[in-house]
Design a protein around this ligand. Structure first.
Ligand SMILES: *Cc1c(COP(=O)(O)O)cnc(C)c1O
Length: 382
């Protein structure tokens, strides 16, 4: 079976984890801060806070921005459920912005229109979470302009986009956002097994996220609220969680991060091969924006809606692990029970009906790509 995505682990990665296993600390040692520094440096951010998943990072990012009951958070329906759930888990309400069907990213025009209406009703969002779908960055400068006009904060869900860039700046540099979040799940660009991180240029936001990651507890002498009675002393200052990344995971992450440039160039080459192979098929690739460079987390094509199911089944039957990104979040049963309806975000629903994700990962071969496109062509002709 050719999967739609998979990790690429080499001997250096393995050795990095083995070294931690032989060391004194499996967690809460020195590997997490090393990984955080390397990640922040790689994306030109001031601070990195590593946690056990991007899901946790999104929640901590919302909490650091003081999202709570009575607040509204908006995101795209074409995303993994975690982008929306983070707000609900803080007690806030969620709404969605329809996508640009050419890219799968949130439509800035739809965002502007929705903000105007929300302003008139006194219902503006506190936070907007743009999702860099498939690894292609959203129009961050345009979103930032709206953020300043309407006073909302921006968390980039960059789970797909480590190694991508926007106007020649790495995603994560955050000139147009408050916080960016990355995922290190094995299908993503680099992996820790499970893992995630938030990066920011704001020292206070970084401090809050680091505090909440570990029970709201600190030992840092310069941050204590009360006088320390001795060396054993720690303080719980907020209600937090155990969202820590282990040293085993962080060592793997640091090793993987060294390979990020190679991963991105391999993905770009493979995407270019698909572009050529798919030229004469009724399978339309997503539009590429001119001022961005994708990390190529996913290679998504749009196929005729009436054929999508059969094409999907034919590829699976032939051992090709295609996928569909994403079932629009607002159509999930849980979100339907919150009051969302089919038809609420028609462009996202239409996008979903046509979307098909072809396998893309560093070790995929050109021969496999030819085989995949051959089966795809037959299925589309059938
Ligand atoms: C993978 C993913 C997440 C969640 O990442 P985890 O590390 O698995 O929690 C969130 N948002 C998007 C867009 C993702 O693709």
């Amino acid at each position: 079976m050719i999967p739609y995505g998979r990790q690429h682990i080499n001997e250096d990665d393995i050795q990095a984890v083995v070294d931690v296993l032989r060391s004194d600390f499996l967690t809460q040692g020195e590997k997490v801060p090393v990984f955080e520094r390397a990640l922040a440096d790689a994306v030109n951010a001031a601070y990195g806070v590593a946690v056990n998943s991007a899901t946790s990072a999104l929640q901590l990012a919302c909490l650091a921005l003081e999202v709570g009951p009575g607040d509204r958070v908006w995101t795209s329906p074409i995303t993994f459920v975690a982008s929306a759930n983070c707000a609900l888990n803080c007690g806030a309400t969620v709404d969605f912005i329809d996508v640009d069907p050419a890219t799968g990213n949130l439509s800035v025009a739809a965002l502007a229109a929705k903000l105007e209406a929300a302003y008139a009703e006194g219902q503006l969002p506190k936070v907007v979470i743009p999702v860099h779908f498939a690894g292609q960055p959203c129009d961050l400068a345009a979103i930032h302009t709206l953020a300043r006009r309407y006073g909302f904060r921006v968390i980039e869900d960059a789970s797909h986009a480590l190694g991508a860039s926007y106007r020649d700046m790495p995603v994560g540099q955050c000139p147009y956002s408050d916080i960016s979040v990355f995922s290190f799940h094995p299908v993503k660009i680099i992996t820790c097994g499970e893992g995630g991180a938030a990066v920011t240029n704001d020292a206070e936001l970084a401090r809050r996220m680091a505090l909440l990651r570990s029970h709201g507890v600190t030992r840092a002498a310069d941050q204590l609220e009360q006088l320390s009675p001795g060396g054993w002393y720690y303080e719980q200052q907020a209600l937090g969680f155990n969202y820590r990344l282990t040293d085993l995971q962080a060592a793997l992450g640091t090793s993987q991060l060294r390979r990020l440039p190679a991963f991105i160039s391999q993905r770009r080459v493979l995407a270019g091969i698909y572009d050529v192979l798919l030229q004469d098929l009724p399978a339309e690739a997503l539009r590429r924006e001119s001022d961005v460079s994708s990390s190529w987390h996913l290679y998504v094509v749009k196929v005729p809606e009436a054929k999508r199911r059969n094409v999907f089944d034919a590829l699976c039957a032939a051992g090709v692990g295609v996928n569909v990104h994403y079932i629009p979040v607002h159509t999930q049963p849980y979100y339907q029970r919150l009051g969302f309806r089919l038809g609420d975000f028609p462009k996202s629903e239409q996008f979903y009906q046509q979307a098909l994700t072809l396998p893309l990962y560093p070790e995929l071969t050109e021969a496999e790509q030819k085989q995949i496109v051959c089966i795809l062509g037959q299925a589309l002709a059938g």
